[in-house]
Design a protein around this ligand. Structure first.
Ligand SMILES: Cc1cc2nc3c(=O)[nH]c(=O)nc-3n(C[C@H](O)[C@H](O)[C@H](O)COP(=O)(O)OP(=O)(O)OC[C@H]3O[C@@H](n4cnc5c(N)ncnc54)[C@H](O)[C@@H]3O)c2cc1C
Length: 466
């Protein structure tokens, strides 16, 4: 075993898998002990070893509905998985009574350039949306990684490098199509099934399988974006300068600062391989002159690498250098308020020069701006009440590394406790948590009412999605 799972592989007596026979024969549902089951259950996060009672790979909304009906007849709960980027919380619960709906065969994007709207099927990843929007001079509110699933990201709100100017990505949704626990396909917009539409925008799931969404695209053919990189020895001045700078920049600037450690690997470029670094990256949604003026205080620190410049909007998917392939990883997160000198010293005492935290990265993502203001007619996650999101990630290829990585990541989170908020950013939360921490009390109560109405038996309550 090479995982953080505690799942059992035997199905409970309340489950009758014979209700799945027809779909098993049709090759849509796969049961344990088959190669297709093992292939379909693999999550992007390779530290997660999900062993549900069954895995389904439907290729249409009708197919999803048939799977959900059969699953509930069998006495199974249901969870969706697009990519498994965010599957770690699910692995922390027993899922021997759960059918996993893998959405890898339900992908595709169509763009209406005049209306600036993309229709995106439930298992699609962001790079496909960005590629489909680009010919129209448009882009979308994707996160840092090309291969994150659109729906999982939007259900959790979604932090984009467009975020401080344009807000939480979920609020770019204009429609969601959900197959509910009773196998019905429901289209929710601001006007129809408005409660469901509200819950889908940052409510973290627990409502059904989302088979399609429609979202408003952003009018950027090009963006000023990139990254700056220094040896970690420079971290004290870079961290201090960036933190002071983030307090002054306009909402058009969204950046991240990471202290990163790379193992010596031949597949890595020499400027990364075997090195400890401090990296700042993101987007400046301004003309070239203004962007250069805004970046001047960071560039004055003479970075070793500086890729900031105007690029096709799709280039923004690459500036964060997220892993191009699935990796085994564990992470911890905290939502932070303003960072004073003591806070920066606490951060550097964990990951600064001379330390060996055992992390691949410790990130501070700048929030605020439109991310901090309630969106007009926004969804269940309308704003984030924090100044920075802290995310600590460790590579975890073995069970020992899982334990050590979690301890290392938690050590940084604990060191920052004095500056932490009660709340959490859902998409940055890599462990099972009390999900009321994602929402304010009023929204949390409303979310409970919406979920109880649409999924009274709790068919979709699993992981951090219910
Ligand atoms: C390398 C990397 C970079 C990232 N960068 C960012 C970033 O910049 N900003 C940010 O906000 N987040 C970021 N994330 C976090 C990411 O947005 C979350 O992990 C997100 O939940 C992943 O969605 P997914 O669909 O790919 O993953 P999955 O693990 O497949 O799904 C995540 C959750 O969404 C649910 N879900 C997925 N698809 C459906 C569906 N069709 N219907 C119903 N429920 C569904 C799942 O049940 C699960 O609860 C990053 C993650 C990684 C690993």
């Amino acid at each position: 075993m090479n995982s953080i799972d505690i799942n059992l592989t035997t199905t409970p007596s309340s489950v009758d898998l014979s209700a799945l026979d027809e779909l098993v024969a049709a090759g849509v549902v796969h049961l344990a002990g088959t190669e297709a089951y093992d292939a379909a259950r693999v999550a992007w996060n390779l530290a997660v070893d999900l062993r549900p009672a069954a895995v389904a790979v439907p290729s249409s909304a009708d197919g999803v509905a048939a799977v959900i009906r059969a699953a509930t007849t069998a006495g199974l709960r249901v969870a969706a998985m697009s990519t498994g980027h965010g599957s770690a919380p699910l692995a922390e619960t027993a899922i021997d009574d759960l059918l996993l709906v893998r959405l890898s065969a339900l992908t595709g994007v169509t763009v209406d350039g005049d209306a600036r709207v993309a229709r995106v099927l439930g298992g699609t990843i962001w790079e496909d949306v960005v590629a489909a929007a680009a010919p129209y001079g448009l882009t979308a509110m994707h996160g840092s990684a090309p291969d994150v699933g659109v729906v999982g990201y939007l259900l959790g709100g979604g932090l984009s490098f467009y975020g401080r100017k344009h807000g939480i990505a979920a609020n770019s949704l204009t429609a969601v199509e959900v197959v509910t626990a009773d196998g019905e396909l429901v289209r929710a917009t601001a006007d129809e099934h408005a409660d469901l539409f509200w819950a889908a925008r940052g409510g973290c799931g627990g409502i059904g399988v989302v088979v399609a969404v429609e979202l408003t695209l952003l009018p950027y053919a090009e963006v000023f974006a990139g990254m700056l990189l220094w040896d970690r020895e420079r971290a004290p001045e870079v961290v201090a300068t960036w933190a002071a700078w983030t307090r002054t920049v306009p909402d058009s600037v969204t950046t991240s600062l990471r202290v990163m450690s790379f193992p010596p690997l031949p597949e890595l470029p020499p400027f990364l391989s075997g090195r400890d670094l401090v990296v700042i990256d993101g987007a400046v949604l301004e003309d070239d002159v203004t962007a250069a003026e805004l970046l001047a205080p960071l560039r004055a620190l003479t970075p070793e690498v500086d890729t900031f410049g105007r690029m096709p909007a799709a280039g923004l998917l690459a500036v964060h250098m997220d892993p191009p392939e699935p990796v085994p990883a564990v992470g911890e997160h905290a939502l932070l308020g303003e960072l004073d000198d003591e806070a920066l010293a606490a951060f550097l005492s964990q990951v600064g020069p001379g330390t060996s935290a055992g992390l691949m990265l410790a990130e501070l993502r700048h929030l605020g701006g439109a991310l901090g203001r309630p969106a007009e007619d926004g969804g269940a996650l309308s704003r984030i009440d924090g100044a920075y999101a802290l995310l600590c990630i460790a590579m975890a290829p073995t069970p020992q590394a899982v334990v050590a990585g979690r301890a290392a990541a938690f050590s940084v989170v604990r060191a920052m406790a004095r500056w932490s908020r009660v709340g959490l950013v859902p998409t940055f939360t890599e462990v099972r948590v009390d999900t009321s921490r994602f929402h304010d009390a009023e929204d949390w109560a409303r979310l409970g009412r919406v979920r109880a109405a649409i999924d009274p038996r709790g068919t979709f309550s699993s992981g951090n999605g219910g």
